[in-house]
Design a protein around this ligand. Structure first.
Ligand SMILES: [Zn+2]
Ligand SMILES: [Zn+2]
Length: 414
């Protein structure tokens, strides 16, 4: 295949891809890949499209494979720009596979190969680093990364990156139980899709739709949560996107559980779990198992709840997700108490305290725990987090941040 013909195939694939014909696009790119011969740069571009397509499908192992091939070419051609892109794809695949240490290391490699701080990859690299930090429960570092990603997105007018960053910021606030802020960010993302997102990938549009469901559910607006989730499920079925279908099923189950309908919730968790297991999506498995354990508690099946929660704790430990470990230990503490085993209950309470200290989830003003119940939080420009009520007093504003002593009292994320 000549250079021009290969480029045409790439363009045709892109058109198909953005017209929700992903499978046809991937077939076209794979066919072109077989014909480009020794044209390494074209091979690199095709591998990049394939990596992102498989990433969109939630097949991160396949994405990893294409990214590794990209790195080989980037090294052969010895070009910074290609290396930066290849390492970013590798970092993203690892982040999605919950290999957070590897993700951070590859993201830093990618950063070292960017041309300057103005490079368009700098924002996405920060986003990837932020997600890896969030995966570990390092909230302050994650917020620092998301802040940089967002500033970069706005500076260079990258609306897709801006939209993704809002979605990830919402995740931070959901973890910390400030659901009003989480909702504000998911709404901002959906407004961007409405105004400018028509040409964006159908995956991103579906994720944005789905992201609205969780904050609405947490705020008790079940009907709205159900509507957004149903809409996302329709889109995911059209796209044949199993990863999003699994997330929708988990949210449907959460809604039924919150309505007290355990009979409807449990089978949906089971379906979601089987997809997450098949895809090797450990974060997805963790979320489902946590919902299952809570459902079993509602059904007063404490021993089964304990078994399911033990599985959740094992997965949380394997990926290093401290926030999930903390919450699993808390549930274990309560379950062992209900089952009449005070010694085991106490052990889990101690483990819980250890993670609480490790995660520094104490407000620097009132010293109470943050993230244990729905509450309004403020993040300062130094990325330290406080209760909004504690950070908005005039004495706090005069003294500055009690954690790092910087007099930076304007909240960055409000
Ligand atoms: Zn406080
Ligand atoms: Zn500070």
């Amino acid at each position: 295949m000549g250079q021009r013909a290969a480029k045409q195939q790439i363009e045709k694939g892109l058109k198909l891809y953005n017209n929700t014909k992903q499978e046809q696009a991937v077939r076209k790119w794979k066919a072109a890949l077989g014909k480009v011969g020794d044209k390494k740069r074209l091979r690199f571009i095709l591998l990049g499209h394939l990596a992102l397509a498989y990433g969109d499908w939630g097949d991160y192992r396949e994405m990893l494979g294409y990214s590794v091939q990209q790195i080989d070419i980037a090294n052969e051609l010895d070009e910074l720009e290609l290396r930066a892109e290849a390492y970013l794809n590798l970092a993203r695949a690892n982040e999605k596979l919950c290999e957070y240490h590897k993700a951070m290391s590859y993201a830093r490699h990618s950063m070292n190969n960017t041309a300057s701080q103005e490079d368009p990859l700098v924002g996405p690299i920060h986003l990837c680093l932020g997600n890896a930090n969030l995966g570990f429960g390092h909230f302050q570092q994650a917020l620092e990364n998301f802040d940089k990603a967002l500033k970069m997105a706005i500076k260079i007018g990258d609306r897709g990156l801006e939209c993704n960053t809002y979605g990830d910021l919402a995740e931070v606030y959901i973890s910390l139980k400030d659901y009003d802020k989480a909702l504000r960010y998911t709404v901002k993302a959906s407004e961007l899709v409405r105004c400018r997102g028509q040409e964006w990938s159908p995956k991103l549009r579906t994720v944005v739709q789905l992201n609205l469901a969780t904050p609405y559910r947490k705020l008790g607006k079940m009907d709205l949560a159900m509507d957004y989730c149903e809409e996302a499920m329709k889109m995911a079925l059209q796209l044949n996107d199993r990863a999003i279908q699994a997330r929708c099923l988990c949210i449907f189950a959460d809604i039924h559980r919150k309505r007290g309908d355990c009979e409807r919730a449990y089978p949906r968790y089971e379906s979601s779990l089987s997809i997450a297991v098949e895809a090797g999506d450990r974060l997805g498995q963790l979320q489902v198992l946590s919902g299952m354990a809570k459902t079993l508690v509602l059904m007063k099946q404490f021993q089964r709840a304990l078994d399911v929660n033990t599985q959740a704790l094992d997965i949380a430990t394997s990926i290093g997700n401290k926030m999930s470990m903390l919450r699993s230990h808390w549930l274990m503490h309560q379950l062992y108490r209900a089952l009449g085993n005070p010694k085991a209950s106490q052990q889990h309470a101690s483990a819980f305290d250890g993670y609480l200290r490790d995660l520094s989830l104490y407000c620097g003003v009132c010293h109470e725990v943050m993230g244990s119940r729905h509450d309004s939080l403020n993040v300062l420009t130094c990325c330290h987090i406080f209760h909004a009520r504690c950070a908005e007093t005039s004495s706090f504003k005069a003294r500055g941040c009690p954690n790092c002593k910087k007099v930076l009292t304007i909240p960055i994320f409000v």
